[in-house]
Design a protein around this ligand. Sequence first.
Ligand code: AMP
Ligand code: GLY
Length: 368
Amino acid sequence: MNVLLVGSGGREHALAWKINQSPKLDRLFIAPGNAGTQSLGTNLQISDTDIDGLLQFAKKNDVGLTIVGPEAPLASGIVDIFTDAELPIFGPKAAAAKLESSKSFAKKVMGKWGIPTASHVSFNKPDKAIAYLDEITSFPTVIKADGLAAGKGVYICKNKAEAVSAISEIMVSKVFGNAGKTLVIEEFLDGWELSAFAFTDGNSISELVAACDYKRIGEDDTGPNTGGMGAFSPPPIWDQNMKDTIMDLVIRPVIDGMRTDHEPFMGTLFAGMMITNEGPKVVEFNCRLGDPETQVLLPLLDSDLLDIVESCVNGTLESSDVKWSSNSSVAIVLASGGYPNSYSTGHRIGGISHRDEKTKNISRWHHN
Ligand code: AMP
Ligand code: GLY
């Protein structure tokens, strides 16, 4: 089978590495890929948001399965368009991808199906949001742009002045563009943060696996949020009881709820949660694998990824084998100076071959 992998991150490098281990694979194409994926398949000069370009390529090159890494093409409906063209593709349709692309949609789903999450209020006018701050009795409070902001649209505000400035950055300076047309003010959750992942065909759900991801740029978890500076798996508090609780309180109700509401979710459901004194509470849902979580999770997957992905697309996940090893893994992100604000790219990275000699069990994942 020929496989088209969409994306250019370290996540896609890890996916390409795992897909290469499948006996089902003939050719692997990565659009657009990166320096790491070029030794694992053929990088294409098609951007991950050029859905028509991807569709034409898949049609012409006998692509039997397309796997989408990032959220943007999912939110733009790549799965709807490929499915209409009868091309098998792994990921949720746009209506279900709203679990990630709209925080207010996700909150509605959680409210409807009783899934524990932070209490919240949405606003589409800055003055109303600022006026609401007077009702907040305890800080910190959390202010978020409603739309997709690559993990960077969240402000944890220690006092009212910080909250006013966050509202103004999101809605007046529009630092996240249209993602900030609506904002959400929500309760600050205190606890151990972890992310749980499940493969699903919209009905059956695989065994959960979890990772911890460090999102802040600075040492000791300080400074602004990024797309993720490192991750490890499993979290120290991960055990069978935690898995069952998260499956019963969070994952199963979302998947069943989406199906009941005629927006079945097929793909990878990624629940970001805070494990508080009152139990797990959802911070966000993502409709895809995480980056850098994928880089720590896929080395722990003992089963054939193409097998799993195909069975999700075909609705036969129940009869597929999804086995996670009990080993541990860790990933560290190196980013160009200035990240997550403005930063320059294209620098040469040296010293990798030397490191490989010393640490044979360490893989390296390239991000564009
Ligand atoms: P999000 O983009 O919603 O995943 O938020 C990014 C990060 O901000 C999360 O991974 C948390 O570390 C933090 N965060 C978001 N919402 C909350 C909250 N209600 N309470 C505490 N921390 C939060
Ligand atoms: N590492 C967080 C994410 O992929 O959204």
